[in-house]
Design a protein around this ligand. Structure first.
Ligand SMILES: NC(=O)C1=CN([C@@H]2O[C@H](COP(=O)(O)OP(=O)(O)OC[C@H]3O[C@@H](n4cnc5c(N)ncnc54)[C@H](OP(=O)(O)O)[C@@H]3O)[C@@H](O)[C@H]2O)C=CC1
Ligand SMILES: O=C(O)C1=N[C@H](C(=O)O)C[C@H](O)C1
Length: 267
């Protein structure tokens, strides 16, 4: 149909990229217009649908964007996002950037794309996780002046294949907490004899086990009681649903930086 949104997916051969191809194919408002991978990917030249396990859909995986698309969804690796962000900025293609593990410099470079095109850069596209971010901000704000002090730790669990740690989601939870409570130190694990825990710390702990698609627990530890807030994904599709909603949202916006809260109505 002429009014379908043409979606490009960057990282088409990956765990997330394959699910994007499937759920775009199943969405009557969307059509897969391009499937991108690195120039040394073993799936170049293959049909994106076949790689994703749903049979041929007539979209060949390529390393360069040659077709017109209305929006690009990126679930790749930092190098892949950097490349596609430059393309989107130049061609004014809205970009849903989901890749994590960026350096601060890479993040800042991706963000410049919002000067010429609509952009969302979010470590987590899930509705439950983004709502949990709102809940964690509220909890941090309410607890920040607790008389006995509050120790906050972030525990994340992911599949054994995840390349970056801690997760981008965990780091963003930490940013929210520090913004509300004022912690200045972010420490990753503990070993040896670190001594008593300073109150200025947020601790991060990354578990890598099995096929866990993503679980985050924020621990607010006080004297005499503890609050654990946990959100867990059941399948990767929880992230893709958010990414597709973000793509539809950006397609209606002008150049600028937007958030998943804008997309999901969580403001
Ligand atoms: N924001 C969110 O909601 C979510 C974000 N993520 C993030 O998405 C990213 C991908 O996760 P996942 O799918 O599990 O990882 P995978 O490694 O399975 O997929 C990444 C894909 O990107 C490809 N790739 C690598 N370099 C490039 C490049 N230069 N251009 C285009 N494609 C490239 C890889 O190809 P090759 O294998 O050949 O290198 C691979 O197929 C991670 O950073 C993850 O943290 C994941 C889930 C949710
Ligand atoms: O690699 C993953 O799988 C995920 N990565 C993202 C992150 O690093 O926060 C989002 C989600 O947790 C799944």
């Amino acid at each position: 149909m002429g009014d379908q949104l043409l979606v490009g997916v960057n990282g088409a051969g990956g765990r997330m990229g394959q699910r994007v191809a499937v759920l775009v194919y199943q969405d009557q408002d969307l059509k897969l217009g391009a499937a991108l991978e690195s120039d040394n990917s073993p799936v170049l030249g293959k049909d994106a649908g076949e790689v994703a396990g749903i049979g041929p859909i007539g979209v060949e995986i390529q390393s360069e964007l040659t077709d017109r698309v209305d929006v690009i969804i990126d679930f790749s690796l930092p190098a892949g996002l950097m490349k596609v962000a430059g393309i989107c900025a130049e061609r004014q293609i809205p970009l849903v950037a989901a890749t994590t593990g960026l350096t601060p410099e890479q993040r800042n470079e991706v963000l410049t794309a919002s000067q010429t095109t609509p952009l969302i850069l979010a470590p987590n596209m899930s509705l439950a996780v983004n709502l949990m971010m709102k809940l964690v901000r509220e909890a941090a704000h309410s607890l920040k002046n607790s008389p006995g002090g509050v120790d906050v730790e972030v525990i994340e669990r992911h599949h054994r294949f995840k390349e970056d740690a801690p997760s981008g989601t965990a780091l963003h939870f930490g940013e929210i907490i520090a913004d509300e409570m004022g912690q200045t130190e972010h420490i990753h694990g503990r070993h040896g004899r670190p001594g008593p825990r300073p109150t200025c710390e947020i601790g991060y702990h990354a578990l890598r086990t099995g096929d866990n698609v993503g679980e985050h627990t924020i621990v607010f530890g006080m004297m005499g009681e503890t609050i654990d807030l946990t959100v867990r994904g059941h399948t990767r599709d929880s992230y893709v649903y958010g990414a597709l909603a973000a793509a539809k949202y950006l397609a209606t916006q002008g150049a600028g930086l937007y958030t998943m809260a804008d997309v999901l109505g969580l403001n």
